[in-house]
Design a protein around this ligand. Structure first.
Ligand code: ADP
Ligand code: MG
Length: 694
């Protein structure tokens, strides 16, 4: 395989554009891509035609506006290029209008009340900053999805808005340092974790099929304790999957770079090379889709759920985030000159302030039912948001805050903008895996994201909150008489105000929970604790100020996410009840009957004393069967009360407080039964089968 020829072969990227577009058209499109200038229809017509011809040469017959509604996955509706001609013939057509705007009947997508069904039509609008690509014989055009009143109905629109906001505020800051920069772009590299399970075994488990996670399953004799899977040799079947995955991703221009086995058995990771945030968000959606598709070809199922198996690690997504200028400078690179150091420290300080002031937004951007199993479960970052900077950088900041020398031997106090920052070692990411938000040398790694989720929302938050802090800084510094004095004072004051968010210790420890409480940091343990903060006045004001969300959009998003939480849990409860009643109980009853029959036969033959094992087992089985029946009845009674709650917040809170504990009770008994019921009787594959058979 010649990687350099297949790479990007299915993408209408800049090289293809340059080859196929008239010079003037290419220039004008490039300006739109880089500077966001409006695209006129003649340009669009020419681009559409070139795209169509390129696609047809590759066997494509259809096009689709590819968008990201609030379901968290992608949506597409395919139209063919055909257009009727006299004489019963067709020609292949694709106009600029069709490229720029589409009108899918989006009435079944969640809108959180932003559209009444009678005016259901939303429209999709081309995002020229993300390349069109070919997937399954269709030309896919990345688009934003909005209502007719202009409200965003998707995850892309606010992400693009947040990118504009951070661009604008970063440029104001850079100007203060004498740099006239055209564009600052947030960049992201999302590391994607996933599980691979044998399809035949998967098909035998309703919980995996309906919930993407196991809701039953006793701990197998072996889990991940030997740590023999992490970075271990890749098994042939998985290797074949990974090779094909890479090939498919490369064709789509996705920079798949790293692959390895993860901590849990059957768990793996793919990390791409970072790119512009919206492209990265699009590509991550595609990656997840392609992972699932390629797995099927190998008779495997790719599970992206955050916690498919209890007792072994769940899957997350590490969102490596940074800010780059069009001149190739990374604003999170500490730099080598006093001016660059000062600029770095100002940006770093802004991020520290932003994360402290908007802990709630970062936390809620990763909140949903699946991720509740992970955060705070001692395998993923805690629900408490804090920043890890490493000891060296923290010591430098402490010296700035206190005015005391950084290096005890050198007596000088470091003067910002004059002295060069002492060298501090680049943290290697594994040094502190317990931190949700870690500085790793020239980028921040936000580690709380769930593996199945779109990365859009967390990045909307990162961009917007950082932009707000930078905006406040620029407001102050732009009117300062002496820039350096003002800069020093601002950094010192801000760090002192927000240093509580910096924590370099063990995020899994109980001491941290207590310490964080003393520091006044939020500990929003569940989705229902976190999401309501979306509606806090300070947060609404933030989004309105920067025009990232309208108030109606925030309210709609809140409602959609709360409803989603309730729906996910309802499906889990229904699956649980079905599996208990139609699979587990019948199996246990069968087994109990056979053991009881055996007890009777042995007793008749040899007397009761020789049938002790069977009799005791029947007693245990029947006691546990009663408990299973009781806990299941209790769960049914509790879920029956859901209809009493009209308000979505109350309903979600009831799920957290009452339904989840009742589910845990059922599971605990069923899992106990699994360990004593004969292998041949148990109605579905166990953890040992699922995790160790590939
Ligand atoms: P590790 O985290 O294992 O040390 P790296 O730091 O090289 O590995 O990268 C991890 C991820 O971070 C990769 O997806 C990489 O492309 C991404 N990354 C590296 N630099 C940046 C950056 N400036 N902005 C965003 N992501 C980045
Ligand atoms: Mg990493």
């Amino acid at each position: 395989m010649d990687v350099s020829t297949i790479f990007g072969s299915m993408v209408f990227n800049e090289t293809v554009m340059q080859e196929r577009l008239p010079k003037e058209i290419f220039k004008s499109l490039k300006q739109t891509m880089e500077e966001g200038t409006a695209l006129d229809l003649t340009v669009a017509n020419s681009v559409a035609n070139a795209m169509k011809n390129w696609a047809i040469e590759k066997g494509v017959t259809h096009y689709t506006h590819w968008f990201q509604p609030m379901t968290g996955i992608t949506a597409e509706k395919h139209d063919s290029f055909i257009s009727p001609m006299p004489g019963g013939k067709v020609i292949m057509e694709f106009s600029g209008k069709e490229l720029i705007k589409g009108e899918p009947d989006g009435s079944s997508f969640p809108s959180g009340g932003l559209r009444a069904t009678c005016e259901a039509r939303g429209y999709t609008a081309w995002d020229p900053t993300s390349y069109a690509f070919i997937k399954d014989g269709s030309l896919c055009i990345p688009t934003a999805f909005c209502s007719y009143s202009g409200d965003a109905l998707d995850k892309k629109t606010p992400l693009l808005r947040s990118m504009e906001v951070i661009d604008k505020q970063c440029r104001r800051i850079l100007k203060l340092f004498g740099k006239d920069i055209k564009k600052v772009t947030p960049t992201v590299g999302p590391e994607q974790e996933y599980f691979l399970i044998d399809k035949d075994l998967y098909d035998k488990r309703k919980d995996l099929m309906f919930c993407n996670r196991t809701i039953f399953g006793a701990k197998p004799p072996k889990g991940q304790e030997l740590e023999d899977h992490y970075f271990g040799a890749i098994k042939p079947r998985v290797d074949a999957f990974m090779k094909e995955l890479d090939e498919e991703l490369w064709k789509l221009g996705i920079l798949s770079k790293t692959k390895h086995n993860e901590v849990a058995p059957c768990q793996h990771e793919m990390a791409p090379i970072f790119t512009t945030t919206n492209l990265s968000a699009d590509q991550n959606q595609l990656t997840m889709e392609i992972m699932k598709k390629v797995a099927q070809k190998h008779n495997l199922v790719c599970i992206l759920h955050e916690k498919p198996f209890a007792g072994v690690n769940g899957s997350g997504k590490h969102n490596n985030w940074s800010l780059s200028t069009n001149t190739g400078e990374n604003l999170l690179e500490p730099g080598n000159t006093p001016e660059d150091n000062a600029q770095f420290l100002l940006v770093l300080t802004a991020i520290i302030k932003a994360v402290d002031e908007y802990q709630d937004l970062l936390r809620l951007s990763v909140a949903f039912a699946g991720n509740d199993h992970r955060l705070g479960a001692d395998e993923a970052p805690p629900a408490i948001i804090s920043i890890f900077l490493g000891d060296e950088l923290t010591a430098i900041l402490e010296s700035i805050m206190s005015g005391k020398p950084y290096d005890k031997k050198a007596k000088e106090v470091m003067k910002l903008g004059v002295d060069i920052l002492p060298a501090f070692p680049k943290d290697n990411t594994d040094r502190n895996r317990t931190s949700p938000f870690a500085f790793t040398g020239n980028k921040f790694e936000f580690r709380s994201l769930g593996s199945s989720m779109s990365i859009s929302c967390p990045n909307i938050m990162l961009n917007t909150i950082t932009a707000e802090a930078l905006c406040q800084f620029a407001d102050e510094l732009e009117k300062a008489d002496d820039f350096n004095t003002a800069l020093n004072a601002l950094i010192k004051k801000t760090l002192n105000e927000h240093k509580r968010i910096i924590f370099n210790g063990d995020g899994y420890s109980q001491e941290w929970v207590e310490e964080a409480e003393r520091r006044g940091l939020l500990n929003l343990k569940t989705t229902t604790d976190a999401l309501p903060h979306f509606l806090d006045e300070k947060n609404i004001q933030l989004f309105l100020k920067h025009k990232v969300h309208t108030k109606a959009e925030i309210e709609a998003r809140y409602k959609i996410q709360m409803e989603d939480y309730c729906k996910v849990l309802n499906i889990e409860v229904m699956t649980m009840l079905e599996m208990v009643k139609r699979e587990i109980l019948p199996a246990v009853i069968n087994f109990t009957k056979d053991v009881a029959d055996s007890a009777l036969s042995v007793k008749n033959l040899l007397g009761e004393s020789r049938a002790k094992t069977q009799i005791e087992l029947v007693k245990t089985l029947s006691a546990l069967t009663d408990e299973l029946t009781n806990t299941t009845a209790n769960l049914e009674e509790i879920i029956g009360k859901i209809k009493d709650y009209d308000d979505v917040t109350d309903c979600a809170k009831f799920y957290t407080a009452a339904v989840i504990p009742a589910m845990n009770d059922v599971r605990q008994i069923a899992d106990k039964l699994e360990t004593i019921v004969g292998n041949d009787y148990w109605p579905f594959p166990t953890y040992a089968d699922l995790l160790f058979r590939i």
